[in-house]
Design a binder for this molecule. Structure first.
Ligand code: ZN
Length: 165
């Protein structure tokens, strides 16, 4: 069963998220459903606000075969360096893609579904995907990183497609 996605400009995408403190069956079930939803939507990542839950939870899979799920609870970026261009889209903003600038390398600290600490360094696609998803937990969308000119282009595109910013 997949979860209902929330789409821009749904205010839940801008709402603050809460830290997860209980690592119980309910959390495990939510993580499982988020992964099923992410794979069903052909996404490389999904953050809890995108399915209407204001919690610090992210799932990702940047492998080519889509068989390397990553679950991050309460993730934070603790260090970043360098810059790389990143062409991105978002399941909450269907059909819109653009190139933004991201940090090239990031260090991430998080917990797994059992509450155990995990940390890793990421580069390339994993790095930009982690930045995109962790941004969601802070109410930030990839379009927020666009230059003013590109953001105006986005606004026009969004209006044309029936939306209101
Ligand atoms: Zn997104």
């Amino acid at each position: 069963m997949t979860l209902q996605l929330r789409f821009f400009p749904d205010p839940i995408l801008r709402a603050p998220t809460e830290e997860v403190t209980t690592f119980d069956r309910e959390l495990h079930s939510l993580l499982d459903k988020m992964l099923v939803t992410m794979y069903a939507e052909n996404g490389a990542g999904l953050a809890a606000p995108q399915i209407g839950v204001s919690s610090k939870i992210v799932v990702m899979d940047v492998s080519r075969k889509g068989n390397e799920p990553i679950e991050l609870v309460n993730p934070v970026i603790t260090a970043r360096s360098g810059k790389i261009p990143s062409e991105e889209g978002c399941l909450s903003i269907p059909d819109y893609r653009d190139t933004i600038s991201r940090s090239a390398l990031v260090s991430v600290e998080a917990q797994n579904r059992h509450g155990e600490k995990v940390s890793f360094e990421a580069e390339g696609y994993l790095s930009v995907c982690a930045q995109h998803e962790i941004d969601h937990l802070n109410g930030i969308l990839f379009i927020d990183h666009l230059s003013r000119l590109k953001r105006d282009i986005f606004k026009r595109w969004f209006k044309k497609h029936g939306g209101q910013v």
